[in-house]
Design a binder for this molecule. Structure first.
Ligand SMILES: Nc1ncnc2c1ncn2[C@@H]1O[C@H](COP(=O)(O)OP(=O)(O)OP(=O)(O)O)[C@@H](O)[C@H]1O
Ligand SMILES: [Mg+2]
Length: 291
């Protein structure tokens, strides 16, 4: 696929891969790709943040390199680690005479024993990759500061090996569910885009793109019901992922319509909290009437 020159071109290309982006998202992605700016996507759960990075990698034939953040992630897990097991086996195979030789020992810290982690892989792959830094809000402040440093020069220094830098940086997409506020410094470096819940029309189109065998009338009903659920005071409001899941469940059951009974039986595809389930059970008539 040719490199996109306009927002429209990018939107069309993503659509061909099954991802429906609105103008704001396509603009952020196009500018990010063209001006080498990281794109920070924030939004509710299941609105297509991670999928946006996957879709852009698939569309433009780039390698998707994913750094999944979690509490306690440290720089080694993001950059590189030494392969201790191989180093140990190598030492065992060396004779005493060889062990006395400094060169044999320093070879233990050569590229052969280096385990590449996502950031190093991304620096090496450069513009052939899309680097997805997923759920950055789960990592701690220190890790965020470290990321900021890597993102500013795309250069990694490994004392034993040397400095590795990217000729052209990869497209970087960061996602956050906003479980905590990110630092201003990181935000300043990025283009920011908030992915909200899609409009009923767009959500219906997403369901039809992902679940083509479902009838359009049923897809519309499912979307209307989900949009109603989002207005209720639920602990876990459903994302687009849940809408698709519900549609898939109904299609599997051969449903032609979203009746109250069918909705009750299949609520588990869309409501994932016990208190929420009870509340929705009581309101299933309003939910399925789309009112
Ligand atoms: N705009 C879209 N076009 C096509 N599919 C979409 C879109 N938005 C969401 N989806 C679908 O919804 C599913 C969930 O999306 P995704 O996992 O990217 O959400 P997320 O925002 O990363 O959620 P989380 O916060 O849980 O990580 C995807 O598998 C994808 O099929
Ligand atoms: Mg995600």
């Amino acid at each position: 696929m040719d490199y996109p020159r306009t927002v429209g071109e990018l939107t069309d290309a993503l659509r061909q891969c099954g991802y429906l982006a609105d103008r704001g998202l396509s603009t952020a992605l196009l500018v990010g790709m063209s001006l080498h700016r990281p794109v920070l996507l924030e939004g509710e759960v299941g609105v297509g943040k991670t999928e946006a990075a996957k879709a852009i990698a698939t569309t433009y034939g780039k390698q998707l390199i994913r750094l999944q953040c979690y509490e306690g992630i440290d720089t080694n897990q993001a950059l590189y680690e030494w392969d201790y097991t191989r180093q140990l086996l190598h030492i065992r195979a060396l004779s005493e005479h060889q062990l006395a030789d400094d060169r044999a020992v320093s070879a233990l810290f050569g590229p052969e024993f280096l385990l590449e982690r996502p950031l190093l892989a991304a620096v090496r792959a450069g513009s052939n990759a899309v680097l997805l830094i997923d759920e950055i809000d789960r990592a701690d402040d220190e890790f965020e500061a470290f990321l900021l440093e890597v993102l500013s020069d795309f250069q990694i220094s490994i004392p034993e090996v040397g400095t590795i830098s990217a000729d052209e940086p990869p497209l970087v997409i960061l996602t956050s569910n906003r479980t905590r506020d990110l630092h201003d410094a990181l935000k300043r470096r990025c283009l920011y885009h908030w992915i909200g819940y899609p409009s009923p029309e767009r959500e219906t189109a997403i369901v039809l793109a992902r679940q083509p065998e479902i009838a359009e009338t049923l897809a519309r009903k499912v979307v209307a019901a989900v949009q109603h659920l989002r207005k209720m005071d639920l602990v876990k409001p459903p994302g687009v992922a849940e809408t698709i899941d519900w549609a898939r469940t109904l299609a599997f059951l051969g449903a032609q319509d979203l009746t109250e009974d069918l909705a009750r039986d299949t609520l588990g595809a869309v409501v994932k909290d016990r208190d929420d389930l009870e509340m929705v059970h009581d309101a299933v008539r309003e939910v399925t009437s789309g009112g």
